[in-house]
Design a protein around this ligand. Structure first.
Ligand code: DAH
Length: 320
């Protein structure tokens, strides 16, 4: 009997109630002498016991073989886990994000945040970009099919920058305000080597008494040296943003002397302070904002920003 099925067949055929040995028992009546009946009955019982024992033994053997086969088939090769298990690490963007927070917290800033789905008012209007302001066109805005209470159709957007966190912070707390707001932002852009429709920015906002452009320049320079190194420098170049006046771009200078454009900044526009519930006669402030991913790729010499979001381990593992 090579299988449990064979054992069952043989059991029925020889040892079962309708089996051949039981059949022989029924024929005992046809024997005439008592002694013959006894002898034949004993022989049949002996044969039955022997057949039962043989079937039991084969059942046990087959069950043991089945268990052994299952154990073998479920065997796990653990040799690949022997030694030090490989550990993951934070993504390059997360690393940059966290280091930026550390550096600014070290300079006395608090980390603030706001929603990724914003109202037109926080994202544009309160930042001195009323309906029809030409600067709105520079933000390729993604609209959300949702009308906030009191809002109109098309007035809910995916935030195009972290600047609306300035407004939310001013509305939530009194000066002095010293915050940075890192976060995800969205624009209707086709991905290419320097653009992604989803990317990351960090916003800075200071509102206090007697804040001047010198405080802004000093803060940018202190940040540059703390984040990039003591032998890096910074400079401001005149520029324009609706939410700051005056406005500037800030560049950082590598130790080899070359300049890289990093972000925008300026003195918070009085209209923006007013929208945030702060009296521009009493308080002044500065703000800045720049791209975290852009900064990370410049720092590490990555040629294409799309590499950052392709989730290719051959790329990400280079930044452990
Ligand atoms: N929000 C601007 C952008 O996304 C960047 C920016 C410029 C932020 C100047 C600021 C600022 O806070 O003062 O292009």
């Amino acid at each position: 009997a090579a299988s449990p099925g064979d054992v069952a067949t043989l059991t029925a055929r020889y040892a079962g109630k309708k089996g051949e040995l039981s059949g022989l028992k029924k024929q005992l009546g046809s024997l005439e002498s008592i002694d013959d009946k006894k002898a034949a009955g004993a022989a049949i019982n002996e044969a039955m016991a022997a057949v039962d024992a043989a079937l039991d033994a084969q059942r046990t053997t087959l069950a043991a073989a089945a268990t052994a086969a299952r154990v073998e088939s479920e065997r796990l090769d653990l040799t690949e886990y022997v030694g030090k298990p490989a550990r993951g690490h934070a993504h390059l963007v997360t690393q940059a994000w966290e280091r930026l927070e550390d550096v600014f917290v070290g300079m006395g800033f608090r980390v603030a945040e706001g929603p990724e789905v914003e109202t037109d008012w926080h994202n544009f209007e309160a930042l001195n970009m009323g309906a029809g302001h030409p600067a709105r066109g520079e933000f390729d805005t993604l609209f959300v099919d949702h009308v906030a209470p009191g809002g109109t159709s098309g007035s809910t957007v995916l935030r195009t920058h972290t600047s609306p966190v300035q407004i939310r912070t001013m509305l939530a707390q009194e000066p002095p305000i010293y915050i940075v707001a890192p976060g995800r932002v969205f624009r209707r852009d086709t991905p290419d080597a320097t653009h992604m429709p989803v990317f990351h920015q960090i916003e800075g906002l200071v509102v206090d008494r007697d804040i001047s452009m010198a405080d802004l320049a000093g803060t940018i320079d202190a940040f540059t040296k703390a984040f990039f190194g003591q032998n890096w420098n910074s400079r401001l170049r005149p520029s324009y943003f609706p939410f700051t006046e005056p406005s500037a771009e800030f560049d950082i200078q590598r130790p080899d002397g070359s300049w890289i454009e990093l972000g925008g900044c300026g003195m918070v526009h009085p209209n923006v302070l007013t929208a945030g519930g702060i009296d521009p006669e009493e308080f002044s402030g500065f703000a800045f904002g720049f791209g975290i991913d852009r900064m990370a790729i410049m720092r590490h010499g990555v040629a294409d920003i799309r590499e950052m979001f392709a989730d290719d381990l051959r790329f990400t593992e280079q930044f452990s």
